[in-house]
Write a new protein. Structure first.
Ligand code: ADP
Ligand code: TMP
Ligand code: MG
Ligand code: ZN
Length: 184
């Protein structure tokens, strides 16, 4: 039987990593072998753990290319979990296709949009391929509503690939994004 692809997406602080970790736990409770990955670019927190903004985490394998993921998947691996997919090149899509065709369930978490509202290419491809899409929201930093779908950069320049947390980024709703960017 083939595996299923689930993609968890949304802005920063929307609980993508938390949701990914809860799926890891579901597999672990079921005594199913898991492999958890993150890209080497994401140096936040402890280097070999996938960690949420609230501090929960699991051990992960840090990889510098999508192909490296295949080297760590074993015969009896039932679930592959990949965080921060926006930092992987597009080749991740072929790796994910191979895994699901080999009968392994794959869970990917990552940003859909940069702080400039440009789609992250790898996440966009994975969303097209997904059997199940979970789109998360965060609490808007400005108005306090649970409707933040965007991330705004508040310091550190304009770059669209720039690892960081609350010192650089806030989650906002579209109205507040436009207000804070002086668009309305
Ligand atoms: P993501 O991977 O999407 O950035 P995480 O799962 O790492 O999200 O973090 C989610 C946690 O972040 C929440 O459980 C909450 O404790 C915290 N948090 C901080 N800022 C916000 C916010 N603006 N909206 C919602 N949760 C927030
Ligand atoms: P998070 O979604 O788990 O909070 O992590 C997102 C990471 O992506 C974080 O390190 C900041 C980074 N990032 C960018 O590199 N560019 C961006 O445009 C945004 C919004 C975040
Ligand atoms: Mg995360
Ligand atoms: Zn708002």
């Amino acid at each position: 039987m083939v595996g299923r692809l689930t993609v968890i997406t949304g802005p920063m602080y929307s609980g993508k990593t938390t949701e990914l970790l809860s799926f890891v736990e579901i597999y672990q409770i079921g005594r199913k072998k898991v492999a958890v990955f993150k890209p080497s670019l994401d140096s936040r927190y402890h280097s070999s753990r996938v960690v949420s903004h609230s501090g929960n985490g699991v051990e992960a394998i840090v990889v510098s290319s999508p192909q490296e993921i295949l080297e760590h998947v074993e015969e009896d691996t039932k679930g592959v979990f990949i965080d921060e997919v926006q930092f992987f090149p597009k080749e991740l899509v072929d790796v994910v296709k191979k895994l699901i065709n080999d009968g392994i369930d794959v869970f990917c978490a990552g940003l859909d949009l940069s702080h400039k509202q440009n789609p992250f290419e790898t996440t966009a491809y994975l969303l097209s391929l997904a059997d199940n899409v979970i789109k998360k929201k965060a609490v808007c930093h400005r108005c306090g509503e649970y409707n933040a779908t965007l991330t705004l950069k508040i310091s550190g320049g304009e770059e669209e690939i720039d690892v960081g947390g609350q010192e650089k980024y806030i989650a906002v709703c579209r109205d507040c994004y436009n207000i804070l960017r002086g668009r309305s």
